[in-house]
Design a protein around this ligand. Structure first.
Ligand code: SAM
Length: 284
Protein backbone atom coordinates (compact mmCIF):
# COMPACT_ATOMS: atom_id res chain seq x y z
CA UNK A 1 0.00 0.00 0.00
CA UNK A 2 1.61 3.26 -1.04
CA UNK A 3 1.88 5.93 1.62
CA UNK A 4 0.94 9.10 -0.24
CA UNK A 5 2.10 12.64 0.43
CA UNK A 6 -0.31 14.41 2.75
CA UNK A 7 -1.29 17.57 0.82
CA UNK A 8 -1.27 19.75 3.93
CA UNK A 9 0.98 20.17 6.96
CA UNK A 10 0.29 17.90 9.90
CA UNK A 11 -1.89 19.65 12.50
CA UNK A 12 -4.38 21.88 10.71
CA UNK A 13 -6.14 20.16 7.81
CA UNK A 14 -8.66 21.92 5.53
CA UNK A 15 -11.17 20.04 3.45
CA UNK A 16 -11.77 20.63 -0.23
CA UNK A 17 -13.61 23.93 -0.85
CA UNK A 18 -15.48 23.02 -4.09
CA UNK A 19 -14.08 26.26 -5.55
CA UNK A 20 -16.00 28.37 -3.03
CA UNK A 21 -13.02 29.61 -1.02
CA UNK A 22 -14.88 28.26 2.04
CA UNK A 23 -13.74 25.10 3.79
CA UNK A 24 -13.70 23.63 7.27
CA UNK A 25 -10.38 23.53 9.12
CA UNK A 26 -9.66 20.78 11.64
CA UNK A 27 -6.70 20.52 14.00
CA UNK A 28 -6.12 16.80 13.64
CA UNK A 29 -3.70 13.93 14.01
CA UNK A 30 -3.53 11.84 10.88
CA UNK A 31 -3.96 8.13 11.56
CA UNK A 32 -3.98 6.77 8.01
CA UNK A 33 -3.34 7.98 4.47
CA UNK A 34 -3.25 5.97 1.25
CA UNK A 35 -3.92 6.46 -2.43
CA UNK A 36 -6.30 3.62 -3.23
CA UNK A 37 -7.09 2.45 -6.76
CA UNK A 38 -9.87 5.08 -6.80
CA UNK A 39 -9.20 7.95 -4.40
CA UNK A 40 -7.10 9.49 -1.64
CA UNK A 41 -8.22 7.90 1.62
CA UNK A 42 -7.44 9.57 4.94
CA UNK A 43 -8.47 9.01 8.55
CA UNK A 44 -7.90 11.66 11.22
CA UNK A 45 -8.40 11.94 14.98
CA UNK A 46 -10.01 15.13 16.25
CA UNK A 47 -10.56 16.00 19.93
CA UNK A 48 -14.25 16.87 19.44
CA UNK A 49 -15.25 14.99 16.26
CA UNK A 50 -13.45 11.75 17.05
CA UNK A 51 -12.39 9.76 13.99
CA UNK A 52 -12.87 11.57 10.64
CA UNK A 53 -12.94 9.80 7.25
CA UNK A 54 -12.00 11.86 4.16
CA UNK A 55 -11.87 10.91 0.48
CA UNK A 56 -10.07 13.12 -2.04
CA UNK A 57 -9.91 15.82 0.62
CA UNK A 58 -13.69 15.80 1.26
CA UNK A 59 -15.06 14.90 4.72
CA UNK A 60 -17.24 11.79 4.33
CA UNK A 61 -18.19 11.16 7.92
CA UNK A 62 -17.14 11.78 11.51
CA UNK A 63 -17.97 9.76 14.60
CA UNK A 64 -19.43 12.87 16.26
CA UNK A 65 -22.21 13.56 13.73
CA UNK A 66 -22.46 10.50 11.43
CA UNK A 67 -25.68 9.44 13.15
CA UNK A 68 -27.50 12.54 11.87
CA UNK A 69 -26.69 11.90 8.22
CA UNK A 70 -27.07 8.10 8.33
CA UNK A 71 -30.41 8.24 10.18
CA UNK A 72 -31.87 10.94 7.91
CA UNK A 73 -30.81 9.38 4.60
CA UNK A 74 -32.14 5.98 5.76
CA UNK A 75 -35.22 6.42 7.98
CA UNK A 76 -36.96 9.15 5.98
CA UNK A 77 -37.41 6.88 2.91
CA UNK A 78 -37.81 3.68 4.96
CA UNK A 79 -40.47 5.17 7.26
CA UNK A 80 -42.04 7.44 4.63
CA UNK A 81 -42.63 4.47 2.30
CA UNK A 82 -46.36 3.59 2.06
CA UNK A 83 -45.73 -0.05 3.07
CA UNK A 84 -42.87 -1.71 4.97
CA UNK A 85 -40.09 -1.87 2.33
CA UNK A 86 -38.56 -5.33 1.94
CA UNK A 87 -35.57 -4.84 -0.37
CA UNK A 88 -33.05 -1.99 -0.09
CA UNK A 89 -30.12 -1.11 -2.34
CA UNK A 90 -27.28 1.02 -0.94
CA UNK A 91 -25.03 2.64 -3.54
CA UNK A 92 -21.60 3.43 -2.10
CA UNK A 93 -21.90 3.69 1.66
CA UNK A 94 -18.36 2.38 2.25
CA UNK A 95 -18.25 3.40 5.91
CA UNK A 96 -21.18 1.05 6.58
CA UNK A 97 -23.34 3.61 8.44
CA UNK A 98 -26.31 3.38 6.07
CA UNK A 99 -26.22 -0.43 6.18
CA UNK A 100 -26.29 -0.22 9.98
CA UNK A 101 -29.42 1.94 9.98
CA UNK A 102 -31.19 -0.10 7.26
CA UNK A 103 -30.67 -3.34 9.18
CA UNK A 104 -32.47 -1.90 12.23
CA UNK A 105 -35.73 -2.20 10.23
CA UNK A 106 -37.11 -5.70 10.99
CA UNK A 107 -39.25 -5.84 7.85
CA UNK A 108 -36.20 -5.38 5.56
CA UNK A 109 -35.44 -8.84 4.11
CA UNK A 110 -32.62 -7.88 1.73
CA UNK A 111 -30.00 -5.09 1.96
CA UNK A 112 -27.47 -5.00 -0.90
CA UNK A 113 -24.55 -2.55 -0.61
CA UNK A 114 -22.49 -1.90 -3.74
CA UNK A 115 -19.23 -0.11 -2.88
CA UNK A 116 -16.45 0.37 -5.47
CA UNK A 117 -13.52 0.68 -3.06
CA UNK A 118 -12.80 -2.25 -0.76
CA UNK A 119 -10.13 -0.21 1.02
CA UNK A 120 -12.79 2.23 2.26
CA UNK A 121 -14.77 -0.68 3.75
CA UNK A 122 -11.65 -2.14 5.39
CA UNK A 123 -10.12 1.12 6.68
CA UNK A 124 -13.48 2.49 7.91
CA UNK A 125 -14.12 -0.75 9.81
CA UNK A 126 -10.66 -0.58 11.37
CA UNK A 127 -10.64 3.07 12.43
CA UNK A 128 -14.31 4.11 12.77
CA UNK A 129 -16.19 0.86 13.43
CA UNK A 130 -19.63 2.35 12.65
CA UNK A 131 -20.55 -0.23 10.02
CA UNK A 132 -23.61 -2.44 9.99
CA UNK A 133 -23.21 -6.20 10.37
CA UNK A 134 -21.89 -7.48 7.05
CA UNK A 135 -22.59 -11.02 8.35
CA UNK A 136 -26.29 -10.31 8.86
CA UNK A 137 -28.04 -12.93 6.66
CA UNK A 138 -30.06 -10.11 5.03
CA UNK A 139 -26.93 -8.13 4.09
CA UNK A 140 -24.95 -8.55 0.86
CA UNK A 141 -21.76 -6.52 0.33
CA UNK A 142 -20.72 -6.24 -3.33
CA UNK A 143 -17.38 -4.66 -4.21
CA UNK A 144 -17.75 -3.04 -7.63
CA UNK A 145 -18.87 -0.02 -9.63
CA UNK A 146 -22.52 0.56 -8.80
CA UNK A 147 -23.19 1.95 -12.28
CA UNK A 148 -22.05 -1.37 -13.77
CA UNK A 149 -23.88 -3.45 -11.16
CA UNK A 150 -27.16 -1.59 -11.61
CA UNK A 151 -26.94 -1.95 -15.39
CA UNK A 152 -26.71 -5.73 -15.00
CA UNK A 153 -29.31 -5.93 -12.22
CA UNK A 154 -32.14 -4.43 -14.29
CA UNK A 155 -35.04 -6.88 -14.55
CA UNK A 156 -34.02 -8.81 -11.43
CA UNK A 157 -35.80 -8.81 -8.06
CA UNK A 158 -36.81 -5.17 -7.60
CA UNK A 159 -35.71 -2.85 -4.81
CA UNK A 160 -38.29 -0.81 -2.91
CA UNK A 161 -35.82 1.76 -1.56
CA UNK A 162 -32.50 2.83 -3.09
CA UNK A 163 -30.14 4.94 -0.99
CA UNK A 164 -27.37 6.57 -3.02
CA UNK A 165 -24.71 7.26 -0.40
CA UNK A 166 -21.93 8.14 -2.80
CA UNK A 167 -19.15 10.66 -2.86
CA UNK A 168 -19.68 13.94 -4.67
CA UNK A 169 -19.68 14.04 -8.49
CA UNK A 170 -15.88 13.76 -8.67
CA UNK A 171 -13.69 10.72 -9.33
CA UNK A 172 -15.49 7.34 -9.11
CA UNK A 173 -18.71 9.02 -7.95
CA UNK A 174 -19.11 11.15 -11.07
CA UNK A 175 -20.85 8.38 -13.06
CA UNK A 176 -23.54 8.15 -10.36
CA UNK A 177 -24.76 11.61 -11.30
CA UNK A 178 -25.43 10.70 -14.95
CA UNK A 179 -29.01 10.37 -16.19
CA UNK A 180 -28.12 6.90 -17.56
CA UNK A 181 -27.38 5.66 -14.06
CA UNK A 182 -30.70 6.95 -12.76
CA UNK A 183 -32.69 5.39 -15.62
CA UNK A 184 -30.90 2.05 -15.07
CA UNK A 185 -31.68 2.45 -11.36
CA UNK A 186 -35.37 2.95 -12.10
CA UNK A 187 -35.37 -0.40 -13.96
CA UNK A 188 -34.17 -2.08 -10.74
CA UNK A 189 -36.91 -0.61 -8.58
CA UNK A 190 -40.48 -1.67 -7.77
CA UNK A 191 -43.41 0.25 -9.25
CA UNK A 192 -43.74 2.30 -6.05
CA UNK A 193 -39.97 2.43 -5.46
CA UNK A 194 -38.12 5.48 -4.14
CA UNK A 195 -34.53 6.63 -4.53
CA UNK A 196 -32.87 9.06 -2.12
CA UNK A 197 -29.51 10.81 -2.52
CA UNK A 198 -27.71 13.71 -0.90
CA UNK A 199 -27.71 16.88 -3.01
CA UNK A 200 -25.01 18.89 -1.25
CA UNK A 201 -25.30 22.11 0.73
CA UNK A 202 -27.33 24.60 -1.33
CA UNK A 203 -25.63 27.57 0.37
CA UNK A 204 -22.30 26.70 -1.30
CA UNK A 205 -23.23 24.09 -3.93
CA UNK A 206 -26.02 26.08 -5.55
CA UNK A 207 -26.27 23.91 -8.68
CA UNK A 208 -26.42 20.46 -7.05
CA UNK A 209 -29.98 20.68 -5.73
CA UNK A 210 -31.68 21.91 -8.94
CA UNK A 211 -29.82 19.37 -11.12
CA UNK A 212 -30.41 16.47 -8.70
CA UNK A 213 -34.10 17.43 -8.52
CA UNK A 214 -34.44 17.76 -12.30
CA UNK A 215 -32.64 14.45 -12.90
CA UNK A 216 -34.83 12.67 -10.34
CA UNK A 217 -38.03 13.98 -11.97
CA UNK A 218 -36.68 12.90 -15.36
CA UNK A 219 -35.77 9.39 -14.21
CA UNK A 220 -38.60 8.60 -11.75
CA UNK A 221 -41.47 10.92 -12.73
CA UNK A 222 -41.59 12.99 -9.57
CA UNK A 223 -39.33 14.13 -6.76
CA UNK A 224 -39.29 15.96 -3.45
CA UNK A 225 -36.67 17.54 -1.23
CA UNK A 226 -35.88 17.37 2.45
CA UNK A 227 -33.01 18.59 4.62
CA UNK A 228 -30.83 17.64 7.57
CA UNK A 229 -28.32 19.66 9.64
CA UNK A 230 -24.99 17.77 9.44
CA UNK A 231 -22.48 20.00 11.29
CA UNK A 232 -19.30 18.84 9.57
CA UNK A 233 -20.79 19.24 6.07
CA UNK A 234 -20.03 22.94 6.35
CA UNK A 235 -22.16 25.92 5.27
CA UNK A 236 -25.65 25.04 6.29
CA UNK A 237 -28.19 22.27 5.96
CA UNK A 238 -27.66 19.39 3.55
CA UNK A 239 -30.30 18.76 0.90
CA UNK A 240 -31.65 15.32 0.06
CA UNK A 241 -33.59 14.56 -3.13
CA UNK A 242 -36.09 11.70 -3.24
CA UNK A 243 -37.12 10.29 -6.62
CA UNK A 244 -40.67 8.88 -6.38
CA UNK A 245 -41.77 6.33 -9.02
CA UNK A 246 -45.43 6.45 -7.98
CA UNK A 247 -45.43 10.11 -6.98
CA UNK A 248 -46.42 9.37 -3.39
CA UNK A 249 -44.77 11.73 -0.88
CA UNK A 250 -42.43 10.45 1.85
CA UNK A 251 -43.22 13.30 4.22
CA UNK A 252 -45.63 11.37 6.54
CA UNK A 253 -43.93 8.59 8.56
CA UNK A 254 -45.84 5.28 8.42
CA UNK A 255 -45.13 4.48 12.04
CA UNK A 256 -43.42 5.80 15.19
CA UNK A 257 -39.65 5.32 15.48
CA UNK A 258 -36.91 7.40 17.14
CA UNK A 259 -33.13 7.35 16.79
CA UNK A 260 -30.46 9.62 18.23
CA UNK A 261 -31.54 12.33 15.78
CA UNK A 262 -34.50 10.99 13.78
CA UNK A 263 -38.04 11.03 15.15
CA UNK A 264 -41.47 11.55 13.52
CA UNK A 265 -41.46 15.34 14.13
CA UNK A 266 -37.94 15.66 12.65
CA UNK A 267 -39.11 13.53 9.71
CA UNK A 268 -42.06 15.83 8.97
CA UNK A 269 -40.10 19.01 9.69
CA UNK A 270 -37.33 18.00 7.26
CA UNK A 271 -39.74 18.67 4.39
CA UNK A 272 -40.42 22.27 5.49
CA UNK A 273 -38.16 24.06 3.02
CA UNK A 274 -37.02 27.69 3.04
CA UNK A 275 -38.32 29.80 0.19
CA UNK A 276 -34.92 30.04 -1.52
CA UNK A 277 -34.69 26.24 -1.63
CA UNK A 278 -38.16 26.04 -3.18
CA UNK A 279 -37.09 28.59 -5.80
CA UNK A 280 -34.07 26.40 -6.60
CA UNK A 281 -36.23 23.32 -7.19
CA UNK A 282 -38.98 25.19 -8.99
CA UNK A 283 -36.33 26.24 -11.48
CA UNK A 284 -34.78 22.73 -11.23
N1 SAM B 1 -21.75 10.09 3.60
C1 SAM B 1 -20.79 10.50 2.61
C2 SAM B 1 -21.26 11.73 1.88
O1 SAM B 1 -22.39 12.15 2.08
O2 SAM B 1 -20.45 12.28 1.13
C3 SAM B 1 -20.52 9.38 1.66
C4 SAM B 1 -20.12 8.15 2.36
S1 SAM B 1 -19.34 6.87 1.52
C5 SAM B 1 -17.74 7.01 2.17
C6 SAM B 1 -19.20 7.31 -0.17
C7 SAM B 1 -18.74 6.08 -0.93
O3 SAM B 1 -19.11 6.12 -2.31
C8 SAM B 1 -17.22 5.90 -0.94
O4 SAM B 1 -16.88 4.80 -0.13
C9 SAM B 1 -16.86 5.67 -2.40
O5 SAM B 1 -15.84 4.70 -2.60
C10 SAM B 1 -18.21 5.21 -2.95
N2 SAM B 1 -18.33 5.32 -4.42
C11 SAM B 1 -17.95 6.35 -5.21
N3 SAM B 1 -18.21 6.06 -6.51
C12 SAM B 1 -18.78 4.81 -6.54
C13 SAM B 1 -19.27 3.97 -7.57
N4 SAM B 1 -19.22 4.36 -8.87
N5 SAM B 1 -19.80 2.77 -7.24
C14 SAM B 1 -19.87 2.38 -5.92
N6 SAM B 1 -19.40 3.13 -4.89
C15 SAM B 1 -18.87 4.34 -5.20
Amino acid sequence: MSESKVPQAAGWWHDFDFGTGISIGLDVVELHAEQTQYQMLQVFEHPHLGRVLALDGIIQTTLADEFIYHEMISHVPLMGFARPPRAVLIVGGGDGGVLREVLTHPHVERAVMVEIDERVVEVAAKYLGLQGDYDDPRAELVIGDAAEWVRRAAGGAPFDVVIVDSTDPVGPGEVLFHEKFLSDLSECMSEDGVMVRQAGMPFVQRDELPSAFRDAVGAFGSAEVYSAPVPTYSCGAMAFVAGLKDGRSLREPRDERSGRHYNPDVHRGAFALPTWWRELTETG
